[in-house]
Design a protein around this ligand. Structure first.
Ligand SMILES: [Zn+2]
Length: 517
């Protein structure tokens, strides 16, 4: 049931809803809540009526619903869109997907950081750090993946990005060179297939193999294949010393490739670089003033999570080498999340591993990677003031960047959305509740072209969250990450209830979402 021993569990809840046999004109009425429509506007007291998979009435709803939810004192919002997930294969392995669903996430965008689902033969090994090596029936292209999602029917909706890294691996392996004309045409054909199948854009991971070997021109050439449809989402080449150069590169791809840009997990790592986000935000503002559609997403934590191999390759644990894309990290602040070679190492820091092996920290990390190249870590490199500055900015939306797998995943996998609503909006006032909701609903739905999603209005899909603004909170911590949040009363996907008072109902009403449909 859980991915990679993720530890999360849920109970199927069989409340006898069918016993409420009153046949009303509505399948569902949520009564008397404070309705946030996802636009960023203030909440308004009202009812929400649902028929089938759509919202049909908002305001004063006369007439009973087959299901009635009393929401006085609660917030009623569109379902949350996680614009930055890595759940591509995990949702097929565990379709109830409680780590996201229980946060109120009703749509997951997969295929981020250049790592995505097609071609299958290249994709499968790239997901080896995510969950167990289970057998999977291959699919054909993005069309095949989206069909598989519809067959499996997870509990939440799935939209996909085309991954540049996966396509490059399929055509060029791990070659450290530019593609020739024929190879570039092959890569373009894969991008075209994905976009025609309904992918919402193209992603890159320019610190990772093999994306790091791509020049900007290669990315621009592939962005042009989008022909202005969808967007370009990027894990940039550098999130440390050269953050500003990397943002400029992303904007150049948007400008010359003719597509909208989404900067993934906008942040800066390494104490020497803290504060640079003030300038990267300015670069985004200047580009927008020129008419470019540039936005960003963020997870609400000061630690990141990635593969230990990438940490080493980017010299994050090496004080002498040229600083790579992650900034520097203290070995005491790099903790193993997932290590299939030895699960007892999960939760230990690289400093502790160095003591255990009696080796310098970087050598100890190499030894862990030799034991399993699939090892992932949680890496503390950011400044809280930077996290708040990025969150408060109007161009930032929310994406978890959760990495499923292991016993100690980054808590963002379980806590991102309630943490923004509870800690950052209610407790600290970094953003208002209405703005926080907008950053996880209306804003991402518009940017990623999710038709009739992210908006609480008559005619939109009935993806809905009912929560208590006074008590909503993340409970996942670094030490104990696989914990569901508090304060969520009910969650609906396509009009079907997937969570009831903190319990997963077991329902699986999710769909593959194709761009513009
Ligand atoms: Zn990334």
């Amino acid at each position: 049931m859980t991915v990679g021993g993720g530890g999360g569990s849920f109970r199927t809840n069989c409340v006898g809803r069918l016993a409420m046999a009153t046949e009303g004109p509505y399948d569902l009425v949520i009564r008397g809540g404070t309705v946030f429509d996802g636009s960023g506007g203030a909440g308004m007291r009202g009812d929400v009526g649902v028929r089938g998979d759509r919202i049909v009435a908002v305001g004063v709803v006369v007439g009973r619903g087959a299901t009635e939810i009393e929401a006085a004192g609660l917030a009623v919002t569109p379902g949350f869109v996680d614009v930055h997930s890595h759940d591509d294969l995990a949702v097929l392995m565990e379709p109830e997907y409680p780590c996201k669903v229980m946060q109120g996430v009703t749509t997951d965008i997969v295929g981020n950081c250049g790592t995505a689902v097609a071609p299958f033969a290249a994709a499968r090994p790239m997901f080896r750090a995510i969950g167990p090596e289970v057998e999977m029936e291959p699919w054909e292209g993005y069309a095949g993946y989206l069909e598989r999602v519809d067959e499996v029917r997870p509990s939440l909706n799935i939209a996909a990005l085309v991954g540049h890294g996966t396509i490059r691996r399929a055509v060029l392996g791990n070659a450290e060179r530019a593609p020739d004309a024929g190879e570039l045409a092959q890569m373009a054909a894969y991008v075209r297939e994905g976009m025609e199948a309904g992918a919402v854009g193209l992603s890159t991971g320019l610190i990772y193999e093999p994306g790091r070997y791509a020049a900007t021109e290669e990315v621009i050439a592939l962005a042009r294949v989008l022909d202005g449809r969808g967007l370009y989402a990027t894990h940039m080449r550098n999130e440390g010393k050269y953050l500003l150069e990397a943002v400029a590169e992303a904007i150049r791809v948007g400008e010359e490739g003719g597509v909208a840009v989404e900067i993934s997990h906008h942040k800066v790592g390494g104490a020497d670089n803290w504060g640079k986000v003030r300038e990267s935000i300015k670069l985004i503002e200047v580009a927008r003033a020129r008419g470019l559609d540039v936005t960003a997403d963020q997870y609400p934590y000061t630690a990141g999570s990635t593969s230990l191999f990438a940490v080493l390759q980017n010299n994050a644990l090496n004080e002498r080498g040229e600083e790579g894309g992650l900034g520097r990290a203290d070995p005491a602040n790099v903790r193993i999340a997932f290590c299939p070679a030895n699960h007892d190492w999960e939760g230990k820091s690289i400093r502790e591993m160095a003591d255990l092996f009696d080796l310098p920290a970087e050598e100890a990390a190499r030894k862990v990677v030799e034991a399993s190249v699939r090892t992932t870590v949680v890496i503390e490199t950011m400044d809280e003031a930077d996290v708040r500055m990025v969150m408060a900015h109007s161009t930032t939306m929310i994406g978890s960047d959760g990495v499923p797998g292991g016993s100690k995943p980054h808590p963002r996998l379980y806590g991102t959305f309630p943490r923004v609503l509870g800690r950052y909006a209610r407790d600290e006032g970094v953003v208002s509740l209405a703005e926080a909701v907008h950053k996880m609903t209306g804003m991402p739905a518009v940017k990623f072209g999710l038709k009739d999603r992210g908006s609480l209005r008559a005619g939109a899909f009935a993806d809905l969250v009912v929560f208590d603004p006074a008590t909503i909170a993340d409970r996942a911590t670094y030490a104990d990450p696989c914990q569901f949040p508090a304060g969520i009363r009910a969650i609906f996907v396509n009009g079907v209830q997937v969570a009831d008072n903190g319990l997963h109902t077991g329902a699986r009403p999710g769909r593959a979402l194709r761009r513009g449909m």
